[in-house]
Design a protein around this ligand. Structure first.
Ligand SMILES: N[C@@H](CCC(=O)N[C@@H](CS)C(=O)NCC(=O)O)C(=O)O
Length: 210
């Protein structure tokens, strides 16, 4: 097995998803700081790896891959980890896509309006709009977890990594949160996983723009 190389700063939630998976599965990987305060993404060499100039990027031998969820799926399929047997992987895929399309936009929208942007750049109307959407989305998550131990069913999978990584930001942000018992129970389960604590539950203070 060639050495895995992961480009991306450890404060990026999308990098954290990959680091969490690597930790859960005991895969070795060399991480190289890139993005944010580290730059690198603006170089021509990096654009060849990812023309979007975003992190993470995974290199596995000749393979260069970007998009955090594509990286999770690649590692899971290649190394047969954290993905249940057919046809249940479709449910995992469903919740990974749901995380990208439905959970991430309002949650990161609220994160920008309450953490990342400096006060003069914040907009109360934008915050309200994102917060309103997020409330509905979190109820959907709670409904799903009401009938299932983990997001895709009885076992921990990539779906928990994709959606669960964002829960640290959700629960740490200074916002009103509804009482969602099953989301709270699931978040407790995530916090019991050592790599969640090591990789995801880390300070994001350096992300506050001055
Ligand atoms: N859909 C992409 C999003 C990648 C993305 O937006 N990454 C952010 C960090 S979370 C980034 O690279 N921001 C610019 C930077 O850090 O310089 C993925 O899942 O990998």
């Amino acid at each position: 097995m060639s050495e895995l190389k992961l480009w991306g700063r450890a404060t990026s939630s999308n990098v954290q998803k990959v680091l969490w998976m690597l930790g859960e599965t005991g895969m070795d990987c060399q991480r190289i700081d890139a993005g944010g305060e580290f730059g690198v993404v603006n170089t021509d060499a990096y654009a060849k790896l990812n023309p979007n100039r975003k992190v993470p990027v995974l290199e596995d031998g000749d393979l260069v891959l970007y998009e955090s969820h594509a990286i999770l799926r690649y590692l899971a399929r290649k190394y047969r980890q954290l993905l249940p047997d057919d046809p249940h992987w479709a449910i995992v895929d469903q919740w990974i896509d749901w995380s990208s399309t439905t959970l991430t936009p309002p949650l990161i929208g609220v994160f920008f309006q309450t953490v990342r942007l400096p006060l003069p750049k914040r907009d109360a109307a934008v915050l309200d709009a994102h917060a309103k959407v997020l409330r509905g989305v979190m109820r959907i998550l709670d409904g799903r977890l009401g009938g299932h131990t983990w997001l895709a069913g009885d076992v921990f999978t990539l779906a928990d990594i994709a959606a669960g990584t964002l829960m640290y930001r959700y629960f740490e942000m200074d916002i009103e949160r509804e009482d969602l018992a099953d989301v709270a129970r699931w978040y407790g389960q995530l916090q019991n996983r050592p790599f969640y604590r090591d990789v995801v539950m880390t300070s994001y203070e350096s992300l506050r723009e001055k």
